[in-house]
Design a protein around this ligand. Structure first.
Ligand code: HAM
Length: 430
C-alpha cells in the first residue's frame, strides 16, 4: 500500500454521499443539543499530554497504549483521544461563574492508535456533550434522555442503555480491594491479562471476553454490594428518573468504562439489531482535577462512524446521501459567448442558483460535460443568440428546449428551481 496514495491505516477520507450523510447527522445533532440548552465548544485537536494523563488516568489502555504522543521543543503533546478532557481543560481555565451550570457540546475527530477493525478506527469522530451542573441523578437522567433523543432523531431504533454505577469516589478503593479479595482464590483460572489487571485496573476483569474469566466473574457478588448505600441510592434515583421520562434502560452490573475519571453513573448504548456488538456511545458522571480546579460533570460521546454504519445497515443512509443536482450548466460557443456566460454565472450564483461551465471546447464536449454533471438544465448560446439577446434553455432530463430573452433567464431558472425544490434542503449541489 503506497504511503503517497493511501491514508494512514485506520483513517479514512470521507467523500461524496458519505459527506452529505455526515453533514445531515451533524446538523440534526446541533438541533437536538441546542434544544437541551447546549452550546458548541471547539477545542484544539492537540493538547498537552498531561491533560489526558491526569484526567483519563495513567493505568488505562487509552493512556498507556493508544495516544499519539510526540515531543516538540521539550514539551510533550498528543492528539486528543476523546473530548471530555479538553473541555475540562477549557473549563479549568475559567472561573466558577463561567463554568457553573455550563452545557457544552462538540463534534469532531479523535485519535486512538488501536488495531483497526470494523467500527474501530484510528481517526474517528465523536458527537459529545459535557454538562457542569451540580451533581444530581436528575441531570444524569436528562443527559441520558438527550442521548437517546439524538440517536432516535437520526432514525435509529432498537437501542439499549446499559446502565451501571462506578460508585462514589470514596467507594472506589474499598470496592476495588473487595473485588481483588473475591478474585484471589480464582487467580489461576483467569487469563494472563486479567491476572495483570488484578494489580492495575481490577474492574476491567469484569468485562473480559474470555470464557474462563466470564465464568469466574459470574460467580462473584455484584460490584455494587461492595459499595455504600449512597452509591446504590444514586443509581436507583437515576433509574427512577429515566422511568418517569419513559426512557428504557437495563442495569448491567458488569459494565465498566475504559476511562478512570468516572464516579457514580456510567453507561453505554448498544444497538440490539443482529450484527451490532460494539457500543454506539458511552458516557457517565465524572470528577476531574486539573490545576487548581476540580470539576464535576456528566456527559457522553457518540461514535459517528458507528452511527453512520448503523444507518447504512438499517437502510436509512441513502436518503440523506443523495446529491442535489446543479441547477444549470452553461454552454458557450465562441469566445464572446464564453465571456458572457462567465459574467452571467456570477449573477446567477449571487441570486442563489448553482451553476458551472467548461472553460472551452466544442458544443458536443460541453454538452457531454453538462450531462455528466447531472445538472438539471443547460443554457446554450453562441454568436447568433448573443446578437439576438436570447439563450436556449434545455431540460437535460426530458430534452425539452425553450428560447429565453437574456434578461428573463434568472427569473425563469429561479421559478423552475423553486418548483423542484423538495430535495434541495437535504444536501449540497455537486
Ligand atoms: P468512549 O466510550 O471511549 O467514551 O467513546 C465513546 C464512543 O466513541 C464509543 O462508544 C464509540 O462509539 C466511539 N469510539 C471510541 N473509540 C473508537 C474507535 N477507535 N473507532 C471508532 N469509534 C470509537 C469517551 O470517549 C468519553 N469521553 C465519553 C464521555 C463524555 N464521558 C463523559 N463525557
Amino acid at each position: 500500500m503506497s504511503t503517497l496514495t493511501q491514508p494512514i491505516q485506520g483513517m479514512s477520507d470521507i467523500t461524496g454521499a458519505e459527506v452529505r450523510l455526515w453533514r445531515w447527522m451533524e446538523e440534526t445533532a446541533r438541533g437536538v443539543m441546542t434544544r437541551y440548552g447546549f452550546e458548541e465548544l471547539r477545542t484544539p485537536l492537540m493538547e498537552h499530554e498531561s491533560v489526558f494523563v491526569r484526567s483519563i488516568g495513567d493505568t488505562t489502555d487509552v493512556v498507556q497504549k493508544e495516544m499519539y504522543v510526540f515531543e516538540k521543543g521539550g514539551r510533550r503533546y498528543c492528539l486528543r483521544p476523546e473530548g471530555t478532557a479538553g473541555v475540562m481543560r477549557h473549563a479549568a481555565g475559567l472561573g466558577p461563574q463561567e463554568t457553573d451550570g455550563a452545557r457544552w457540546f462538540y463534534l469532531g475527530p479523535m485519535f486512538r492508535c488501536e488495531r483497526p477493525q470494523a467500527g474501530r478506527k484510528r481517526q474517528f469522530h465523536q458527537c459529545g456533550v459535557e454538562c457542569l451542573e451540580a451533581p444530581s441523578p436528575v441531570v444524569d437522567a436528562e443527559i441520558l434522555a438527550l442521548q437517546m433523543d439524538l440517536l432516535q432523531a437520526w432514525g435509529l431504533k432498537n437501542l439499549a442503555i446499559h446502565l451501571n454505577t462506578r460508585g462514589a469516589a470514596a467507594d472506589h478503593a474499598p470496592a476495588a480491594a473487595a473485588l481483588r479479595a473475591a478474585l484471589a482464590p480464582h487467580e489461576a483460572e483467569l487469563c494472563e491479562d486479567c491476572r495483570r489487571r488484578i494489580g492495575q485496573n481490577v474492574l476491567r476483569v469484569l468485562d473480559c471476553k474470555n470464557e474462563p474469566c466470564k465464568a469466574v466473574v459470574a460467580g462473584l457478588p455484584a460490584l455494587t454490594s461492595f459499595m455504600s448505600q449512597e452509591s446504590r441510592d444514586y443509581l436507583d434515583a437515576v433509574a427512577s428518573h429515566l422511568s418517569v421520562m419513559g426512557v428504557p434502560y437495563m442495569i448491567d452490573p458488569l459494565l465498566v468504562r475504559g476511562l478512570d475519571y468516572y464516579e457514580h453513573t456510567i453507561w453505554e448504548i448498544v444497538g440490539t439489531a443482529a450484527g451490532s456488538q460494539s457500543a454506539l456511545a458511552g458516557g457517565g458522571r465524572y470528577r476531574i482535577r486539573l490545576g487548581e480546579r476540580e470539576l464535576c460533570g456528566v456527559g457522553f460521546a457518540i461514535g459517528m462512524e458507528r452511527v453512520a454504519a448503523a444507518l447504512e445497515e438499517a437502510g436509512l443512509a441513502a436518503a440523506h446521501g443523495a446529491a442535489v443536482p446543479l441547477d444549470l450548466w452553461l454552454v458557450g460557443l465562441g469566445d464572446a459567448a464564453r465571456e458572457a456566460n462567465l459574467a452571467l454565472m456570477r449573477s446567477l450564483r449571487a441570486a442563489g442558483l448553482s451553476c458551472r461551465m467548461a472553460p472551452g471546447g466544442s458544443m458536443k464536449s460541453q454538452m457531454r460535460a453538462a450531462n455528466k454533471s447531472g445538472a438539471r438544465f443547460a443554457l446554450i448560446r453562441g454568436e447568433d443568440e448573443l446578437a439576438a439577446g436570447t439563450a436556449n434553455l434545455k431540460n437535460l432530463a426530458t430534452g425539452e428546449q425553450e428560447t429565453l430573452k437574456t434578461e428573463a433567464i434568472e427569473q425563469r431558472i429561479q421559478a423552475i428551481s423553486a418548483a423542484a425544490a423538495p430535495t434541495a434542503a437535504s444536501g449540497e449541489p455537486t
